[in-house]
Design a protein around this ligand. Sequence first.
Ligand code: HEC
Ligand SMILES: [Cu+2]
Length: 489
Amino acid sequence: MKPIIRYTGTIVVTAMVALAVAHYGFGVQTADAQATPPPAQQAAPAADGSNRAEPGAPAGDGSAGPVAPAAPPKVTIVEVSCDNATPAYTFTGAIDGQVASGSVVKFAMPPGVDIIPDNPTSAGLEVQAGQTRCLKFNEDGVFLFHSSTKQHGAITAIPWYDLLVNKEVEDLKGGNFWMPKAVNRTADDSDLMYYAVLGLSFFFFFAITGVVVYFVIKYRHRPGHKPEPSAAHNDALEITWTVIPTIICVFLFYYGWTTYVHLVTPPTKAVEVNVLAMRWNWQFTHANGVQDSDLHVPVNTPVRLVMTSTDVLHSFYAPVMRVKQDIVPRRYTYAWFFPTKPGTYRLTCAEYCGTNHSQMGITNDGRRAVLVVHEPGGYERYLADKAAESVKLPPDQLGKQLYEKKGCNACHTIDGSARVGPTFLRGFGTMVPLSDGSQVKMDENYIRESLMYPQARSRPGFPPSMPSFEGQLKDREIEGIIAYIKSLK
Ligand code: HEC
Ligand SMILES: [Cu+2]
């Protein structure tokens, strides 16, 4: 037989045998058909005042009239018995802390340290040295206090899901030198591939380099040493260096291929979240209409992302999920994962998308957008509580929230300085100079037009870079933004 036929034949036969062994012997589990069914999508805004309207607090009487009310300070801190309450936190000193609104906090003050409220809002927040009290914080807010030792402190009550969002990301806890930990069930397969290729590379790098060094020394030129004649060929050697690499390549191909197919094929039954990427912010929309700039998902359920962009290429990247997918304007791309562990994880844009690419998803207080995997039941609670929250917000508060959550703050400021776009501070009611030399009054209509058709009028010194928010803001939300800009005097 000609050598060429012999080699090709050996490779083909070895490849087929290896493929058969890989498939029948070690076939990886694919298809997620038997995955835990997703929790019944509850479209439940149910604004039945979750845990806010507490008996202790005077009922907010619902009718928030248009007149600026000099409302009496609400009683928002209520004492409860420590016996039948499970405290979410325990404070043992005069320190700053964040607590979830509606939760019970236990104060166990050591001798010599007591807590004295600083202002009327903090009424009820009194704990004497050596005393133990359980207090319930019913409303969001900042409660200031000082201690007899003149230390100042603040307890901030925020919605429970914001507490999760503010948590430090835990990607690196439990990770290793090569990768952060994996929280996606399918990630095990792709991690295995990574380590297999890495291990093989290490092995061959050191093996080949070692042999090269050894031969260089052993067969170096020296006086009286004759080079040996090269062998024409060596069957045993040739078969070895054909068969072994072929087996390795086939295994890498087989696992790479099946893992890839699994990674890009979402199960049909999954919790779906719509992702809208824009310069420089995320907008995640859930089944019941709740929108957020952080991604909240349930644990032990497949999650499918349907993603698009309003402007340029972005890329969704959640390292703990081992998922990275480009997001392209005017088309949908998909990603899916199966979170296995509740926690707060990193979330970034992995495609250069302009000046503030590295700041994408950053909030006013400098926090980055995160991926929150909820405990069982937490995701449904999040959807309901979040929906209830946006219904009861006053317009300017809603506007402030949108200003941050819709990413206006990536281009605008509220402190008087210009960024990519003009500042909002003291803008309302002023005359705005336009590129064509004319002027326009910044009123409700101008703001609305700027949001819907940003390029309708251009302003000198600012690039026409604002994305259109047409179809992305409800009327209530547009009014909220107007109210917020009005309030910035
Ligand atoms: C990618 C950057 C960018 C983002 C994001 C952005 N804007 Fe703008 N915006 C601009 C620029 C640039 C201008 C000025 C030029 C123009 O009108 O096209 C502008 C103009 C405006 C104006 C007119 C103000 C004036 O003084 O002329 C308003 C109002 C406005 N934006 C509101 C918003 C709101 C509300 C959001 C968030 C929902 C937002 N913008 C998001 C870049 C942005
Ligand atoms: Cu981006």
